[in-house]
Design a protein around this ligand. Structure first.
Ligand SMILES: Cc1cc2nc3c(=O)[nH]c(=O)nc-3n(C[C@H](O)[C@H](O)[C@H](O)COP(=O)(O)O)c2cc1C
Length: 336
């Protein structure tokens, strides 16, 4: 099975998985404006997928060919469910599988999942083994943080690097830090050095064959506070990461991944056409499956920085259907 990670440019750029944001609709909008080198799905619970509640979460795995290469991000507690779902993901056409070991949400952590695994190495190892078994050669990666209560890069990232993963995304904060402090990019840089040293140790080891050396070549993706592509390129150079993941900066600039023109001149009319495109695609993709109101959070991305933007947003907040959104937008266009 071809390993897409090995074919990516250096440094490569990834759109961060963001729950209730980076669904197939938003990813398709982004793919047309400036496509990242790799997409991730929102995180999806393997235990939920293996239960009666499957229908409530399966939509998170929907994607179109336009979004390739796309990695499915999974989380949960039961290793056998990771195994079952990994097998399914192979058949669904994903380019890779990512295990979430970084989400700090209280309701997730209190179950012992995601970032709680930082403090439960034996379950973390079981989950990785089960996922790899189910993935049957499809690349397996992990997204994590640099510690739980305190920074433990040596210990935790050191442990993960020994798991022979295809890629490792490091969000440079601890769980306790949430998003309150600047990401510790120096710790991400340290992880890269650890990876490089680990390779040398393996090369020098009597007990390790050269084929094992290849397996520790985990790609490191840095994540946290990257403002734009130029900032990402600077950080990639300084900290020697293989790739950069960008999340919230997409809310400020939908063209953030566009290497040719990341800050295009876009007229108000063009912005509103994009808003309509997003709304229509949401409607044709989800119909009644998703609450229409979810769309509203995206409207600020399209409607800002021009005269009348905030009153237009207010009107859009009251719209209940695609037809009403179209009416509000067309009225605004006709009057400006
Ligand atoms: C609304 C929102 C939802 C998120 N959902 C996920 C998720 O499903 N899986 C995940 O690994 N990280 C999730 N994250 C974390 C981001 O992937 C990323 O690690 C974080 O935002 C830091 O990157 P940034 O500074 O570029 O935004 C989410 C973040 C936000 C803001």
């Amino acid at each position: 099975m071809p390993n897409f990670w090995k074919k990516l440019p250096k440094p490569f750029f990834a759109l961060a998985p963001m729950e209730e944001v980076t669904d197939t609709v938003f990813r398709q909008v982004i793919a047309d404006l400036g496509k990242p080198d790799v997409f991730f799905t929102e995180f999806v619970n393997v235990d939920g997928l293996c239960s009666k509640g499957r229908e409530k979460v399966i939509h998170r795995l929907q994607f179109s060919a336009k979004e390739q290469p796309i990695v499915a991000q999974i989380w949960g507690l039961m290793p056998e469910n990771f195994y079952q779902i990994a097998k399914e993901l192979v058949g669904m056409g994903f380019a890779g599988i990512d295990i979430n070991m970084g989400c700090p949400e209280k309701n997730v952590i209190k179950k012992g999942a995601c970032a709680a695994l930082i403090e439960n190495r034996s379950l973390a190892a079981e989950i990785i083994t089960a996922t790899k078994k189910g993935a049957n050669g499809l690349p397996v990666s992990i997204k994590t943080r640099i510690g739980y209560n305190s920074i433990v890069t040596d210990d935790w990232i050191g442990f993960l690097l020994k798991q022979k993963l295809d890629a490792l995304t490091i969000h440079g904060r601890t769980v306790r830090e949430m998003s309150d402090v600047n990401a510790h990019w120096d710790e991400i840089g340290k992880a890269v050095k650890m990876r490089d040293e680990l390779q040398q140790v393996h090369i020098g080891s009597d007990t390790t064959s050269t084929s094992d050396v290849k397996k520790v070549q985990t790609l490191i993706i840095g994540n946290g506070d990257v403002k734009d592509r130029a900032d990402g390129l600077r950080k990639a150079k300084q900290y020697e990461v293989d790739g950069v993941m960008i999340g919230r900066a997409i809310f400020k600039n939908l063209w953030v991944f566009n290497s040719k023109n990341p800050n295009p001149e876009v007229s108000v009319g063009e912005r509103l056409d994009l808003l309509l495109k997003h709304t229509r695609l949401f409607d044709t993709t989800w119909g009644n499956k998703k609450y229409f109101g979810i769309l509203k959070k995206f409207y600020k991305i399209y409607c800002q920085g021009f005269p009348g933007a905030s009153s237009l947003r207010e009107k859009l907040m009251r719209a209940q259907s695609v037809a009403e959104v179209e009416e509000v937008v067309n009225e605004f266009k006709n009057n400006s």
